[in-house]
Ligand binder design. Structure first.
Ligand code: PLP
Ligand code: COI
Length: 335
């Protein structure tokens, strides 16, 4: 494996783990080497999108120990998504058992310390029970697979350019935006494709109601820095990013003020730094943001990662691999 040059993609590993929900109860966690699922053609996931997922990472430390970052937060968000799509909640203990089992069974795929790569963990749940009417299934499959990955944005920790999308919405204010469900990503595919075709790394979605405020950046939250302040959008239609929440804590420790509020598009011209943040993206600094439908273009910084974003990036990634003390108790050793 060329650990240093991994991109964010699927690599086959040895095992995945699965657990079935039937007769109102979860079964036991089974391990398999099959990459396939035998699915009823009338499963609710296939017709009505009853699907939720998570994304988290395991890191190899200098000491040869594998570290998970804030898995309890992913378990909690998975429960939130489940409740939003009328699916059974996975208890934290079951979530923990599944992710520990799958990581330990695929130890050889955890990228080495210093490679800047990690083992991406993808828990998902689908409605497997057959239905024809629009209603929640009676049976579900909870599955976790892993894949070694590099940075989501091929540039890594280098500034990218983004495109504002006014044509398509990802999620409505009282829609499914706060749930990590496949439908939100399907809704965003056209926007991301158009941004890619126009040469941008990804898309910035605006609030669907007024088209005035920044929502989020494709598969990541948005943040910006100005006047020693960390600013990030508050919105009812975005995913509550665990990376963003962590950066808020770290920014506080670095002496920055924090503002979680609506961020008008025009404010982009005032920012000293901006970035996209998420598990897959980590931090991706943003240099240029184009708004093709208004013809405006916002340039942020000089084309290099800004100093606050760099400090936050190094602080976060050092805690994740165990190089820095973990003052918030975010890291769990997998053994
Ligand atoms: N926003 C969206 C739409 C995402 O898919 C993700 C990825 O999980 C994020 C934000 C970042 O969230 P987190 O930091 O919890 O990975
Ligand atoms: C993550 O950051 O974990 C995500 O789920 C983003 C994903 C859509 C690639």
């Amino acid at each position: 494996m060329d650990w240093g040059n991994l991109s964010f993609g699927y690599t086959k590993t040895n095992y995945n783990v699965r657990c079935q929900y039937k007769d109102n109860a979860w079964g036991s966690v089974e391990m398999t080497d099959s990459e396939y699922i035998n699915l009823h053609m009338a499963s609710t996931v296939l017709h009505y999108g009853q699907e939720i997922f998570e994304g988290m990472k395991a890191f190899m430390g200098k000491d040869g120990r594998i570290r998970l970052f804030r898995w309890e937060e992913n378990a909690k968000r998975f429960r939130h998504s489940a409740s939003g799509l009328l699916m059974p909640e996975v208890p934290d203990e079951l979530f923990r058992e599944a992710i520990f089992k799958v990581v330990l069974a695929n130890k050889e795929f955890v990228p080495p310390y210093g490679s800047h790569a990690s083992l991406y963990i993808r828990p998902l749940m689908i409605g497997t029970g057959p239905e024809l009417g629009v209603k929640p299934a009676l049976e579900y499959l909870f599955l976790v697979f892993v894949s070694p990955v590099g940075p989501y944005f091929k540039e890594g920790f280098k500034p990218v350019n983004m495109m504002i999308c006014r044509k398509y919405d990802r999620a409505a204010p009282h829609g499914t935006g706060t749930y990590k469900t496949g439908g939100n990503y399907a809704a965003g595919l056209r926007a991301v494709e158009e941004a890619h075709k126009a040469g941008y790394a990804n898309v910035i979605f605006l609030d669907a109601k007024e088209k005035k405020y920044i929502d989020e950046c494709g598969p990541a939250n948005f943040f910006a820095i100005k006047d020693n302040t960390y600013i990030t959008p508050e919105s009812p239609s975005i995913l509550d990013s665990i990376t963003n929440k962590s950066l808020i804590n770290l920014a506080g420790k670095l002496g920055l003020k924090i503002e979680r509020r609506k961020v008008p598009v025009e404010e982009l011209s005032t920012f000293e730094e901006a970035g996209a943040c998420g598990t897959a993206a980590v931090i991706s600094p943003i240099h240029k943001i184009a708004d093709p439908e208004t013809g405006k273009e916002y340039i942020i910084g000089d084309g290099n990662a800004g100093s606050v974003s760099s400090n936050l990036y190094h602080y976060l990634t050092s805690i994740q691999v165990g190089d820095e003390p973990d003052p918030f108790g975010w890291v769990t050793i997998v053994e």
